[in-house]
Design a protein around this ligand. Structure first.
Ligand code: PRX
Length: 636
């Protein structure tokens, strides 16, 4: 890419995409189509929806009779799996590679669309034989193995909703999510590989099932072969079931209403209880497929690698659903990027001829620290486009990614979005001149604002709250079993205007480019993973020695943010190094290693408002040696 004007880190540093990319881009023009997509919102989305196969066409594109509970493509009948698999089987894509999967130990499995259909159908038949019904929520807790994708697709195929719990989460996180979803069936594995070691998924699942007794059936995929406890009448091995005669290769894909639930995905918010964000078959299919095709310029011959975990929204939307709908070849890798050596990713890019890599700033920073020699040993010339997601990318990491990985010829799609938005919201297209660190402009049909508390647009370059001003097909429909919370969290602040509050702060520069600054609520992004301060605090106080706790985020070179905690011990207990270590381990055991605090400080009191709310802002300011700001509401 050609750099047009220079000064480092400046807002006017533009990188223009290479002509070869512009010439072949799926979308060749932004401004006019953007205007059209907002002025003729329903026409625009109807045109996109027409790229999919519907069992029955919709009556209404957008039903806005009961905001903020918008409905899309009502009256339409569809199934996302019909679009992601079935329809390809009638074309030459039947024999195209759908998934290339590499395990951390180096084992490889590939699936054509035909093979994927066979495996999904078999798994779907197993689920049916266990009595799984349309509309029921199946919890999936798996490592990054093909069966994770297969089981999600199997649920969707028979009209059950899935709730995937990230395999890096632990006992309490899993138990709580099973309980909220009221799942009767749990799909898991004995373990997976991470940095050369087998993780103990089934053991965690067993402990979680004790805490959440709704599970009647647990199906376990054998991955590592380690010894695990299996309870008779409840636990089944997947390989035993799959060899039974009931699991034939044919299974009808269920006809669903466009607004039927496809999945719930729990995400952290400002209170302790995670929110089950609800997505649907119709709008989500249209939105994810459209954004993926337009932003990542998907071509038939591409090899697409979204190096996220399928257990997060990035994986749901852009490892599984959108790429399969677009008939792409998808790369999936089980393990750590630096195992056994820091060239693992670069090696796989060369080995499989990956053309598009989509990852997080944390992964980029993590690999960058090993130096250029590792990527330089490999032929990365198959790469055409790069992507970034999950947290703001610092210009230094952006430039390294651009120069050392992309060899200055691969535009970087810095995509801003959320679990709740379903797909990309603010993002460049391959034709967009880029500024390192800016997610650039809103996607088609997305109107954004950066506003103050009263809803006035802030001045150019000033920080404000990011809002979305109009509905889009991929938007979350509600929070599972808690519509009031859906209104409260996202819609209440700008109720009169009908705007969605993202929970992020941002600024817009003189060129109309959007710069995401970060979360402004009690959500912490650690290595791009989303955690709630309240979840970490509740894990800490679940330890018998702890009476009160507060968690905050402080900047971290590699992770973007790190978790720092402050605790008050129970009477008679004194804080020391041993307890500090024990508390870190406890949080890791309850929530997962990503939630492990960087530090635990023992304190006598916590700054609180008179109504008893912990003032994390004050703790943060103190830790950073900054001005503590307005303390008038501080109790003591
Ligand atoms: O703070 C923003 C940050 O990630 C949050 C959403 O987290 P989650 O629901 O886990 O989804 C992550 C993957 C879509 C946002 O509120 N975020 C996401 N993408 C970016 C980002 N921050 C800056 N730049 C991005 N490209």
């Amino acid at each position: 890419m050609k750099k047009t004007s220079a000064p480092a880190n400046s807002n006017s540093e533009f990188y223009k995409p290479p002509k070869s990319i512009i010439r072949r881009a799926n979308v060749k023009e932004y401004e006019n189509l953007y205007t059209y997509s907002n002025e003729h919102r329903e026409d625009f989305w109807a045109e996109q929806a027409n790229n999919l196969k519907w069992f029955k066409k919709w009556k209404t594109v957008l039903d806005n009779s009961n905001p903020p509970f918008y409905k899309w493509f009502t009256g339409g009948k569809i199934n996302i799996v019909y679009n992601a698999i079935d329809r390809h089987l009638k074309t030459w894509r039947r024999n195209k590679v759908a998934f290339i999967w590499e395990g951390e130990p180096g084992d490889v499995r590939t699936f054509s669309y035909h093979a994927l259909n066979r495996e999904v159908s078999k798994f779907a038949n197993i689920l049916k034989s266990m009595g799984v019904q349309k509309g029921e929520i199946v919890t999936i807790y798996m490592p990054q193995i093909p069966e994770l994708a297969i089981s999600m697709l199997a649920c969707a195929k028979i009209g059950a909703a899935h709730s995937v719990v990230y395999g890096g989460f632990s006992v309490e996180a899993l138990a709580e999510r099973i309980a909220d979803a009221g799942s009767r069936v749990l799909l898991t594995a004995d373990g997976g590989y991470r940095r050369g070691k087998a993780t103990n998924l089934k053991e965690i699942a067993n402990e979680a099932m004790k805490r959440s007794p709704t599970i009647e059936v647990c199906i376990t995929v054998k991955r590592t072969g380690q010894d695990v406890y299996m309870e008779s009448d409840r636990d089944f091995w997947y390989h035993d079931l799959i060899s039974l005669p009931i699991t034939n290769n044919k299974c009808e894909t269920e006809v669903m209403d466009a607004e039927d639930m496809l999945f719930i995905l729990y995400t952290s918010g400002t209170t302790g209880r995670p929110k089950g964000v609800v997505h649907t078959h119709g709008g989500y299919s249209v939105y994810t497929a459209t954004t993926h095709r337009m932003v990542f310029d998907i071509k038939e011959e591409d090899r697409w690698w979204c190096a996220a975990d399928p257990g997060w929204i990035t994986g749901h939307s852009y490892i599984i659903y959108a790429p399969l709908i677009n008939g792409a070849t998808v790369m999936m890798y089980e393990g750590a990027p630096n195992h056994p050596y820091p060239n693992r990713w670069w090696h796989m890019i060369e080995k499989y001829g990956i053309s598009i890599l989509y990852t997080s700033p944390t992964a980029i920073r993590g690999l960058m620290r090993f130096g250029d020699a590792w990527p330089n040993r490999h032929d990365l010339s198959s790469l055409r486009l790069l992507g970034s997601v999950g947290e703001p990318i610092n210009p230094e990491a952006w430039r390294w990614y651009h120069e050392v990985i992309g060899k200055r010829k691969c535009p970087i799609m810095d995509t801003w979005w959320q679990t709740e938005t379903g797909g990309f919201m603010i993002t460049p297209l391959p034709i967009t001149p880029l500024k390192p660190g800016s997610a650039t402009k809103p996607f088609f049909g997305i109107e954004v604002g950066v506003v103050d508390d009263a809803g006035n647009e802030v001045k150019t370059g000033e920080e404000g709250k990011l809002v979305i001003k109009s509905p889009w097909p991929g938007m979350a429909r509600t929070i599972y079993k808690d519509p009031d919370r859906y209104i409260e969290v996202y819609w209440k602040d700008y109720e009169k205007m009908g705007w969605y509050k993202a929970g992020d702060s941002a600024r817009i520069d003189e060129d109309g480019y959007i710069w995401i600054i970060g979360r402004i609520d009690d959500v912490i992004k650690v290595s791009g993973y989303r955690l709630g301060t309240a979840e970490i605090e509740s894990a800490l106080v679940s330890h018998p020695d702890i009476a009160e706790a507060a968690a905050i985020a402080l900047p971290h070179d590699l992770k973007g943010n790190a978790i720092h905690t402050f605790v008050i011990t129970r009477a008679g207990v004194s804080g020391d190094k041993t307890l500090e270590q024990e508390l870190k381990k406890h949080v890791s055991h309850e929530l997962g290693p990503i939630a492990r605090p960087e530090s635990v400080a023992f304190v006598e009191s916590l700054p609180k408002t008179r109504s008893g709310k912990i003032m994390r802002r004050v703790l943060r300011a103190r830790a950073l040696g900054e001005d503590e700001g307005d303390l008038t509401t501080l109790e003591e």
